[in-house]
Design a protein around this ligand. Structure first.
Ligand code: SPD
Length: 278
């Protein structure tokens, strides 16, 4: 008998994959964590029954959350990743030889343990000596750390329910900004424009209030089912057009998707979003 798992996106929409097997199911004080093997997308991680990442399309997400910031920030020596417990974002950051120190702060140790065990193809840089993993609250980290300032801060959280909720508000964005170098670049995943447009618009507007401007960008991520996914880029002084040619050339030779042309195209804002942001 075929076994499927459907993510329930709202009362009208589900996104399902046929499973080969369930590899792990666990629950802790924060959330439920599962890893499944699927016919179409390979192994995949779910948090609170929501698809987070899959072997087959993870690069479409991780390259996009990382490289627009890393090819434009004036310096990329010190990077902070909030969330990102599957290790995919850290892997992409650590491709750059200029990176000296990465703090990855993930609230749920189970996500890291399970990802190391079942998704080693995604988190393939756990042993890099530049990576420092802390299991703890990213919001408190940003407030209290004396390891700042960071050149790049990346927020790779799940959706705005459960422990990730606090990653979607002005106090958190403000604290991030205060922990960054002058030209530092902040990027957060910022949800779907089809199913969660209100959340997306609210995030972009709030980030713009804090940083002075915000640049949402868009690209498809198959696993997130609603078509286009979004991230939002912000900096006090750096613009997304400030491409460092050497870094762009270097990374474009090893990425699966990201390149200069994609970088230049993804910041185009669809009119229906533009009108809401106006
Ligand atoms: N709707 C899913 C949003 C998930 C964003 N983060 C995914 C984590 C991948 N590292």
């Amino acid at each position: 008998m075929a076994v499927w798992y459907d993510e329930v996106l709202n009362e009208n929409v589900r996104f399902g994959l046929r499973l080969k097997e369930t590899l792990f199911m666990g629950e802790n004080e924060y959330q439920t964590v599962s890893v499944v093997d699927t016919h179409e997308m390979g192994r995949a991680l779910l948090i609170d029954d929501l698809w987070m990442t899959s072997e087959r399309d993870e690069k479409g997400y991780h390259e996009m959350i990382v490289h627009p910031a890393m090819t434009t920030a004036p310096k990329i020596e010190r990077v902070l990743i909030i969330g990102g417990g599957d290790g995919g974002t850290a892997r992409e950051v650590l491709r750059y030889p200029d990176v000296k120190h990465v703090d990855l702060v993930e609230i749920d140790g189970m996500v890291v343990d399970v990802s190391k065990k079942y998704l080693p193809m995604i988190g393939s840089a756990w042993d890099d000596p530049r990576l420092h993993v802390t299991i703890g609250d990213g919001i408190a980290w940003v407030k209290n750390t004396d390891l700042a300032p960071y050149d790049v801060i990346l927020v790779d959280g799940s959706d705005p329910v459960g422990p990730a909720e606090g990653l979607f508000n002005k106090t958190f964005y403000q604290a991030c900004m205060e922990r960054m170098t002058e030209g530092g670049v902040f990027v957060t995943q910022s949800e779907s424009t089809m199913l969660f447009l209100d959340t997306h618009v609210e995030m972009v507007k709030t980030i713009a209030e804090v940083f002075g401007s915000a640049h949402p960008y868009y690209r498809d991520v198959f696993l997130y089912s609603a078509g286009t996914w979004s991230w939002t880029y912000a900096s006090k002084t750096t613009k997304p057009t400030a491409i460092n040619d050497d870094r762009m050339k270097f990374i474009s030779e090893i990425t699966e998707i990201y390149n200069r042309e994609i970088h230049l195209g993804i910041f185009a804002v669809p009119n229906f979003v533009r009108r809401r942001l106006a």
